[in-house]
Design a protein around this ligand. Structure first.
Ligand code: SAM
Length: 263
């Protein structure tokens, strides 16, 4: 049974060491951790980074964490829901735009996509994210041509995600139903440099392309944009794309070209 708030705590020292090695922290790094839980990862982050802000929604755990880190000056516990927090305010008060920051987190899986979206679309995005997510979700995020999805396109539009290693469900207590994986997300583009209308158009075209799962791109675009199939076929030839191609076979660059034609 899934635990409330995705509370599966890491119990495996080796996995912890691998996450910390992947985070490659320096003494002046500013780290944001989402869902610190009992603070196993927080403790290791605090030994290496200059500052750790850990955001935990659970009040009981937050109190426990405040006690645990009461004499650690570089750790701050914020008892809030990550999806409700005013992140731009937090970013401004810590001058994150100027100093930069990393996210290192063992995410609550029930809100993986909204959390990733929140940080990729933030006005002040992180320099890098090291994230534990459900293994299947990790595979979908880093997928290549033929296995693309809206999730893969959304992440790869903003950044470069890579799979680092998988983690057995037995590394946690209580043991969850699914295995996990650590991904690293780098080269995150700063949204401020993007035209908001272009971004909107891009995702409108992507959603239209993926609208019916197994259908060909031509059919999805023609029904979403109320265009004649032949007309759509002629347009996508310019990219060039075959009339038989399906949405999962397109690269981010091809979606960008499609946006110019249909956006
Ligand atoms: N980092 C810990 C570890 O590795 O053992 C705990 C990870 S556990 C998978 C996810 C944590 O996220 C839990 O502590 C849970 O209470 C917290 N959490 C769940 N929903 C949250 C939310 N909306 N905002 C902040 N934290 C949340």
């Amino acid at each position: 049974m899934p635990t409330k708030l995705g509370q599966n705590f890491l119990r495996d020292e080796k996995v912890l060491k691998k996450i910390i090695a992947a985070a490659d922290l320096k003494a002046d790094d500013f780290v944001i951790e989402i869902g610190p839980g009992e603070g196993v990862l927080t403790e290791e982050l605090a030994k290496r980074a200059g500052k750790v802000i850990a955001i935990e929604v659970d009040e009981v755990l937050s109190k426990l964490l405040r006690n645990k880190f009461s004499n650690k000056k570089n750790v701050e516990i914020i008892n809030e829901d990550i999806l409700k927090i005013n992140f731009s305010e937090l970013a401004t008060s810590y001058k994150l735009q100027a100093i930069g920051y990393k996210i290192v987190a063992n995410l609550p899986y029930y809100i993986t996509s909204p959390i990733i979206r929140l940080f990729l679309e933030a006005d002040c995005p992180p320099r890098e994210m090291i994230l534990m997510v459900q293994k299947e979700v990790a595979e979908r995020i880093v997928a290549g041509l033929g296995k693309m999805s809206i999730l893969a396109v959304s992440v790869q539009y903003y950044a470069h995600p890579e799979m680092l290693f998988t983690v057995s469900k037995n590394a946690f207590f209580p043991v969850p139903e699914v295995d996990s994986a650590i991904i690293r997300v780098t080269h995150i583009v700063n949204r401020v440099s993007q035209n908001k209308e272009d971004v909107k158009d891009f995702f409108r075209v992507v959603r239209a392309g993926f609208s019916a799962k197994r259908k060909m791109l031509v059919n999805n675009l023609s029904s979403s944009f109320h265009l004649d199939k032949k007309e759509v076929e002629e347009k996508i030839k310019k990219i060039p794309l075959s009339g038989k191609v399906r949405a999962q076979e397109l690269s981010v660059e091809e979606w960008k070209k499609l946006t110019k034609l249909f956006g």
